[in-house]
Ligand binder design. Structure first.
Ligand SMILES: [Zn+2]
Ligand SMILES: [Zn+2]
Length: 275
């Protein structure tokens, strides 16, 4: 097994600790590959994205660490990028090795208001209100935005695909067997397959206690397996203690489906390695 994660936050955004602290933790836990993915700067004020003026220092620090630890671990520089009208395309940015594309919010076309998808329960409720409490309308808007992103600004990896279930404890808002929900997921997987994007298996929601299983749900991963869509195991950690949180359980679950490999950047190439 090639132990890795490509989804990591730090003091540069809404995570904690210096980048090097993560590398020290990764070495202790026998990682061979480690990727940083700060929330890419956005065009408006938030508390959780990296500030634009910090980007150069972020990239430079990752490159310094890459050099310093080159005999011990492979280090890559990524960004978790939000997709919205007018967003920056970070893919060609010098020094950026990969992007993880995410939809954390939708922007209301009329008011310009930012409507959160993956924040608190209260935030989800107020987002739903903007959709006249029509959960199907919200589900459709969320997945159609992901498909837009995949087609117009294809990232290497698609982040936490079904993060919309983050606050869906006890099916408070929807049932995953709901045909509209399933249809939206299946349509999105078709575009993922078409655009050669990697689906991330994200244990971050489990680490934070929001969900009991990684994103996306097992049935979604079964479809990925059927469609030959590659996956990548990521911890989405915001603290060095969580860089491999729930990895053993996730690997067991993936193997039970028949998924025995993941697609990662390894020796500077995207390639399949065994789980
Ligand atoms: Zn995210
Ligand atoms: Zn993240």
């Amino acid at each position: 097994m090639t132990k890795s994660t490509f989804h990591t936050h730090s003091r540069f955004d809404d995570g904690q600790e210096e980048l090097e602290t993560y590398i020290k933790a990764a070495l202790e836990k026998n990682f061979q590959v480690f990727g940083f993915s700060a929330h890419a700067p956005v065009n408006f004020k938030t508390s959780w994205h990296m500030q634009r003026e910090c980007l150069a220092e972020y990239i430079a620090t990752t490159k310094l660490l890459k050099k310093k630890y080159k005999n011990d671990i492979e280090i890559y520089t990524g960004l978790e990028t939000d997709y919205y009208d007018g967003c920056t395309d970070w893919r060609p940015k010098r020094g950026i090795d990969y992007t993880i594309g995410a939809i954390h919010f939708l922007v209301d076309e009329k008011s310009g208001r930012c409507m959160s998808i993956d924040s608190t329960l209260e935030d989800l409720k107020s987002t739903l209100k903007e959709f006249d409490n029509d959960i199907h309308a919200l589900i459709k808007a969320y997945f159609s935005k992901i498909r837009d992103m995949l087609l117009k600004m294809t990232p290497n990896i698609v982040a936490h695909l079904d993060v919309i279930r983050k606050n869906n404890y006890n099916n408070a808002f929807f049932d995953e067997d709901d045909s509209v929900y399933r249809e939206e997921i299946l349509k999105t997987l078709e575009i993922i397959s078409l655009t050669n994007t990697i689906v991330e298996v994200n244990t971050g929601g489990v680490a934070k206690g929001y969900v009991k299983t990684p994103y996306p749900s097992k049935w979604v991963l079964e479809v990925c397996h059927d469609m030959d869509i590659p996956i990548i195991l990521n911890s989405d950690s915001h603290h060095p203690n969580n860089i491999d949180f729930y990895y053993d359980e996730a690997i067991t679950m993936l193997k039970s489906i028949g998924i025995n490999k993941q697609r990662i950047l390894y020796k500077n190439e995207w390639c399949d390695v065994s789980l």
